[in-house]
Design a protein around this ligand. Sequence first.
Ligand code: B1M
Length: 220
Amino acid sequence: MSIEAISAAVEEGQAKIVKNLVNAAIEDGIPVTDILNGGLINAMGVVGEKFRQNEIFVPEMLIAARAMSAGLGILEPLLTSSGVLPTGTVVIGTVKGDLHNIGKNLVAMMLKGTGATVYDLGIDVPDQRFVEKAEAIAADIVCISALLTTTMPAMGDVIPEFEKAGVREKYHIMVGGAPVTRAFARAIGADGYAPNASEAATTAKEYLLSSKSKNRKSGA
Ligand code: B1M
């Protein structure tokens, strides 16, 4: 079973084959991180480059994304099974105007893997929705994802909504996504930034462990 075969099947948008190959790779004892990074994520990089070069178009990109999600679905229990204390509560979503969800889903999975309870608001999330959900469930961390240079600035609209509601101090707001940088995160007033899903989980865990969370229930 080869990682290259998984990557090729994702690029071709063969969801069923991806599922079979990922299952076979797990049975062969290939590390989950190798399947994820070398097989699934690598393929999306190739797909993105082909799109950029006008070799493929949105429908092909969408089909490849579905195949990638099929593979991720199989990895999810393995990525989230390491749950360790301390736990916390996270609200996550893709910013308004943006329909990309694979990276956000991966961040959500990795966060679950730290033991956190994750509320996923989905894609194209209105600014106010982040505040409403965070308040409703007394979240510790709010995570916002953006994949487009055109939607990235909209992350800067979410934080003022927390300020307007007078609850900004209660939440650790973390942003990320391919075009997002640490400097941009700082410029919009976010508390945290991570370049990838595993660092997002590590950063969230460190924050929860530091007990800075205003909403964290004692003993949680
Ligand atoms: Co789109 N798309 N897309 N797309 N798409 C990109 C992002 C693009 C780079 C492709 C390219 O041109 N090479 C380009 C953006 C260019 C730019 O902004 N500079 C692009 C474009 C242009 C578009 C459209 C405008 C195309 C069109 O309609 N003409 C359109 C926009 C729609 C919209 O959102 N309004 C569009 C649509 C789509 C599909 C719907 C077809 C599909 C998404 C399907 C889905 O998500 N269910 C799609 C896809 C699949 C891609 C690519 C090929 C793959 C994205 C992906 O899933 N990557 C992408 C090219 C690429 O990335 N190379 C591309 C894998 C994923 C694991 O990585 O999402 O980066 P990523 O997540 C990483 C990190 O970024 C980070 O962790 C993750 C894992 O480690 N991370 C966080 C993400 N969120 C985080 C949050 C955090 C911390 C880390 O804290 C909160």
